[in-house]
Design a binder for this molecule. Structure first.
Ligand code: HEC
Length: 106
């Protein structure tokens, strides 16, 4: 049974390749909208969009309340160490959001 599935997968993959030369074979898929339980505050949309690319946004809600400096450090780490594709203006909005919704007021 496993072998038949494998052959089917290989056939599907190679027939897909055979079509890839033609322009009307371009396919698109709609990614599901990820529902999160992030708190409502301005900037939530950007945090949902960018902070659930690599891991669950629960990583945010699992943290203790952070200061703005700590959230800035976390967001910078995601960008610099892990390669999160977040532009500076978006990063600012996200830090504002995190400091408001998950901050300790410092
Ligand atoms: C490019 C991938 C990527 C993106 C995008 C990303 N992260 Fe992460 N994040 C990671 C990795 C990798 C870890 C470490 C995972 C682990 O240790 O299991 C991590 C861990 C974390 C942690 C756990 C504590 C820590 O500091 O390690 C927090 C909090 C966090 N991310 C928040 C965020 C926030 C907020 C955003 C949006 C600004 C974000 N992440 C976007 C890759 C990413």
């Amino acid at each position: 049974m496993k072998r038949i599935l494998l052959i089917a997968a290989v056939l599907a993959a190679t027939s897909g390749l055979a079509f890839s030369g033609s322009a009307d074979s371009v396919k698109s898929i709609d990614l599901p909208v990820v529902k999160t339980n992030l708190a409502d505050a301005p900037g939530k949309d950007k945090a949902e969009k960018f902070c659930s690319l690599c891991h669950s946004p629960d990583y945010i809600t699992m943290q203790p309340k952070f200061s703005r400096a700590q959230w800035t450090g976390t967001v910078n780490k995601m960008i610099k160490a892990f390669g999160a594709p977040i532009q500076e203006e978006d990063a600012k909005v996200i830090v504002d959001y995190l400091s408001t919704a998950y901050g300790n007021g410092k």
